[in-house]
Design a protein around this ligand. Structure first.
Ligand SMILES: Cc1cc2nc3c(=O)[nH]c(=O)nc-3n(C[C@H](O)[C@H](O)[C@H](O)COP(=O)(O)OP(=O)(O)OC[C@H]3O[C@@H](n4cnc5c(N)ncnc54)[C@H](O)[C@@H]3O)c2cc1C
Length: 527
């Protein structure tokens, strides 16, 4: 493979595996009743036997070259499902059910288009595979009835196609991982400003396909807001969108491609707006007496400004445990309150004034300035929480996250509904939350739940997740603010979209993908 591979059984660079601080292990034992005999190490990669690979019809090696069609066990295992906690529990236990029959690595838009045409002709299901970080079953199609399943790994499509410094846009290929894309832009003095927690492994195509949102969304916007154009290769031909930054020429077809999660076709390039590299970056912490007072303050900034570039607010539990600052986990704030992190990025001339004005707002609404250390600590640890999840799994703890969004007026109801449901479904668990993304009209809530794995962790989580998904819809929230739909959220997405909405999506799919080979079962329920 061209790039370094992610740890097959967990997150990230195998060299950077984390060990839990003793303080945290002790806390967990006490809080969750985890016993050391429940240690749950993964099986060995060489011991996993994926189901026998079926021959893939259509002679795809004629299109991409024989070296770019792989059917060895390791490659298939590495392309089995994504990186949700249930995905990790299954693969750590040696379950590679649903592994693709082959992994195909196209090198151009034309190769992608030709592969899709051959797969449609031979009824081979296709799973577009970017960074492989989906947490919603976006890489786990329901592909019964197909001749074979291939994962279409896009890592060879990894170029910066062009940069328009006058318009401040860049066209990127979909298989570029975020750090690589960012490096290519930085070399020319620009940034994309998209830093989700999965930044180190996720791809440009995956961000577009799953409508990702980064930690600096207050300043740079969501990924879908950055996109000015996309190319989509479908089994029925190529769709090109984005002649102008904004247009009144009918419904915006970009929006049909954004969030389509591989169900309509394969995104083969993405044009995004870019920003000059910031001269200044500074992060700071604020403490609020309660979550509701903190929410009032971040709402004031979101509605009346000035808006920091990064703005997040942890609830009391997350602040106490210290997950707001993963590199100081277990050393959270014992004195109580809720920690907010505010970050400012921009020019040296502009940042101090914005920061000063925001400070005045936060102070007037009960915030107490904590200095830069809590903010800088958050920035240092911002990509390390997924490593902690692996360390927790190793000691018999299940840690999983879920997210939603709603209007400000409804946020307290949504927050209570999710917390109460999780606590009811998973007694003796710890449920934490932060406001992760803010808008003038509302915000996203991001929950982390930590519980002992105990007996049958997969089934327990599945039942709890179903109950909490019901609670989200009933409390007026969306089933996802940024993780997407996949297979896991599909039935709740259908409730959100309504029968006519689902029928309209199905009609689009029928037109673009008449044989239904594209990521079957993802996003759109079967009739
Ligand atoms: C630890 C962790 C932290 C995360 N943090 C965040 C976060 O902060 N913000 C956030 O938004 N998300 C987050 N996610 C979710 C995930 O990283 C995002 O959904 C991301 O956008 C997926 O990118 P990817 O390249 O890994 O896509 P993949 O997982 O490879 O694919 C995601 C979906 O898109 C489809 N797809 C991928 N590439 C293409 C393409 N080129 N054309 C068509 N379809 C395609 C796939 O078939 C799949 O359905 C996190 C996930 C993990 C595991």
């Amino acid at each position: 493979m061209a790039n370094v591979d992610m740890l097959w059984s967990g997150w990230g660079d195998p060299e950077r595996a984390e060990r839990l601080p003793d303080s945290v292990t002790g806390l967990l034992r006490e809080l969750l009743g985890v016993h050391t005999e429940q240690l749950a190490q993964p099986v060995k990669l060489a011991e996993i036997e994926p189901p026998p690979a079926r021959p893939v019809p259509g002679a795809l090696e004629e299109v991409v070259g024989a070296e770019h069609v792989r059917a060895d066990a390791e490659t298939r295992i590495r392309h089995t499902r994504g990186k949700s906690t249930p995905d990790l529990l299954r693969i750590r236990a040696g379950d590679a059910g649903g592994a693709p029959d082959a992994v195909v690595l196209p090198g151009s838009h034309d190769e992608v288009a030709a592969v899709l045409a051959r797969c449609a002709e031979h009824r081979v299901a296709v799973v577009p595979f970017g960074g492989g970080t989906s947490v919603v079953g976006g890489l786990a199609p329901e592909a019964g009835g197909f001749a074979a399943v291939v994962a279409l790994d896009l890592r060879r499509l990894d170029r910066l196609v062009g940069l328009d410094s006058v318009s401040r846009t860049a066209t990127l290929q979909p298989g570029l991982r975020a750090p690589h894309a960012e490096r290519l832009l930085n070399e020319q003095g620009y940034t994309l400003g998209h830093f989700p927690q999965s930044f180190e492994w996720a791809s440009i195509g995956g961000f577009a396909a799953a409508r990702s949102s980064g930690q600096a969304s207050a300043g740079y916007g969501r990924f879908d807001e950055m996109v000015t154009g996309l190319t989509l290769a479908t089994p029925s031909g190529t769709l090109e969108t984005g002649r102008a930054p904004k247009s009144a020429a009918g419904p915006d077809l970009r929006q049909l491609v954004l969030g389509s999660e591989g169900a309509f076709g394969v995104i083969t390039d993405v044009t995004v707006r870019i920003r000059p590299l910031p001269e200044t970056r500074v992060y700071e912490g604020w403490l609020f007496p309660s979550f509701s007072e903190g929410v009032t303050a971040v709402r004031a900034l979101a509605q009346d400004g000035p808006l920091p570039t990064v703005l997040r607010l942890s609830d009391e539990t997350e602040t106490m445990i210290g997950l707001a600052r993963p590199d100081e986990l277990g050393e959270g704030n014992a004195a109580g309150g809720c920690l907010a992190v505010c970050g400012y990025e921009g020019t040296a001339a502009e940042v101090p004034g914005r920061r000063e004005k925001a400070r005045a707002v936060l102070t007037s609404l009960g915030g107490v300035y904590q200095g830069e250390e809590p903010g800088e600590s958050w920035a240092r640890g911002r990509f390390s929480a997924p490593y902690l999840r692996d360390a927790l799994l190793d000691v018999g703890v299940l840690a999983e996250t879920l997210e939603t969004a709603g209007f400000w007026s409804n946020l307290p109801r949504l927050y209570d509904a999710v917390r109460l449901t999780l606590s009811r479904e998973l007694p003796s668990s710890v449920v934490m939350c932060h406001v992760s993304h803010v808008y003038a009209a509302g915000a996203s809530l991001y929950f982390t739940v930590v519980t002992a794995q105990g007996e049958r962790p997969l089934e327990r989580w599945r039942d709890a997740k179903a109950a909490v998904s019901d609670a989200i819809i009933e409390a007026g929230g969306t089933i996802s603010h940024h993780h997407g739909v996949g297979v896991d959220h599909r039935d709740w997405y259908a409730r959100e979209a309504g029968p006519l909405g689902v029928a309209a999506l199905r009609a689009v799919k029928d037109r673009l993908d008449p044989e239904g080979i594209m990521n079957p079962g993802v996003l759109i329920p079967a009739e």
